[in-house]
Design a protein around this ligand. Structure first.
Ligand SMILES: [Zn+2]
Length: 359
């Protein structure tokens, strides 16, 4: 009998937590809702909404705005997320720099800091550069409201244990517990993910989507974040999306990863931008074939340097290489989050953890 009571208590806590998360997320996604709209949107009863909303208001997470009465009835009150209630930090660890952002509770970036990194930098150097960025970004706000730091780093890495397993092309990066090292240095919770997965997460944060999407990130490296069935697909060892190290020329030049003729190597050593964009387009046709993708978002500094060229070459190669019947249309877009996409995505991973358990 005692066991039953305990289990019931656990379940009720689980339901309460689920409902708090559901309401907060519904308000964020809609950009603001009345209590009646919130009940309709979330599927909860109006009584349940009336009970939970005050908890979120007491926690300082919501603002209430009275809307002018339209016709008969009481004026409605619109509930909105209070942007300054919490902050998240997001970091991109690239081969030549650290880019860091601070976002508000909506995931909107409010400050950016960058630090250059010397070639062949060590883990200690990276941790110190990230630590400097974090200190700068915390300086302008109440530190107790900063939820944590998300880091989008070079792979391969283990997202679950927070270990970098061996960043391609960087010596001294085998089995580095980057998450633990950073958490100790900055004194905040840290989430570690591959840069490409963080970029994909930035899109997931914006809107739920069932559209099978690859966010193809072309920085100093090349990889794909896979947004499949409204989830970032990381794979069982969290290293899905190593698109840059797939073979485009089986007898091509040796790549740092040990294989030959990798897409990333051929792209980065192409004689001009158009040839580089064309090679990426050829690779994309394989990715679409493999995953039945419906949308490709091209992101990263190489793409942003010549966006139309990359988009047009991708469309041209997909049309030329795939037998595209009417039912297999593929949308190719240029990312509009810009050069901070990985840092923003990493910050929203921290926010997502908070929204899952807000009070
Ligand atoms: Zn390779």
């Amino acid at each position: 009998m005692i066991v039953v009571v305990v289990e019931l208590g656990v379940n009720l806590r689980g339901v309460r937590r689920h409902n708090l998360a559901l309401l907060l997320t519904s308000i964020r996604r809609a950009g603001g809702l009345s209590r009646i709209e919130l009940a309709a949107r979330s599927g909860l009863t109006q009584q349940a909404v009336s009970k939970i909303v005050p908890e979120l208001i007491r926690a300082g997470l919501l603002d209430e705005f009275r809307e002018p009465a339209s016709g008969v009835g009481k004026p409605r009150t619109r509930l909105m997320i209070r942007p300054a209630a919490r902050y998240a930090l997001g970091v991109q660890l690239e081969r030549d720099e650290v880019r860091a952002v601070r976002t508000d509770l909506l995931g909107v970036p409010t400050a950016t800091v960058t630090r250059p990194l010397p070639s062949g930098f060590t883990p200690a150097r990276a941790v110190s550069a990230i630590g400097e960025c974090v200190a700068r970004l915390c300086a302008g706000v109440d530190r107790s409201l900063v939820l944590g730091v998300g880091v989008g780093a070079l792979g391969p890495l283990d997202h679950r244990s927070g270990m970098v397993l061996g960043a391609t092309g960087l010596a001294g990066w085998d089995a580095v517990p980057l998450r633990a090292l950073l958490a100790e240095t900055v004194g905040l919770p840290v989430v570690l993910d591959k840069d490409t997965n963080a970029a994909a997460f930035a899109y997931l944060w914006r809107a739920e989507t069932e559209v099978a999407t690859a966010v193809v990130f072309v920085g100093t490296g090349l990889g794909a974040g896979l947004l499949i069935a409204n989830t970032v697909y990381r794979g069982p060892r969290t290293n899905a999306g190593e698109f840059g190290h797939t073979t485009l020329a089986h007898d091509g030049p040796f790549c740092l990863c040990g294989r030959r003729g990798c897409l990333e190597l051929l792209h980065n050593t192409a004689p001009d931008q158009r040839s580089a964009a064309r090679l990426l387009g050829i690779g994309l046709a394989d990715l679409v074939q493999l995953l039945d993708l419906e949308r490709i978002v091209l992101a990263g500094r190489a793409v942003l340097a010549a966006p139309e060229l990359y988009r047009d070459e991708a469309r041209t190669q997909l049309a030329a290489l795939l037998p595209l019947p009417r039912w297999q249309r593929i949308q190719v877009d240029i990312d509009d989050l810009g050069q901070d996409i990985v840092a923003i995505g990493a910050a929203t991973e921290v926010l997502a953890d908070f929204y899952a358990e807000p009070v």
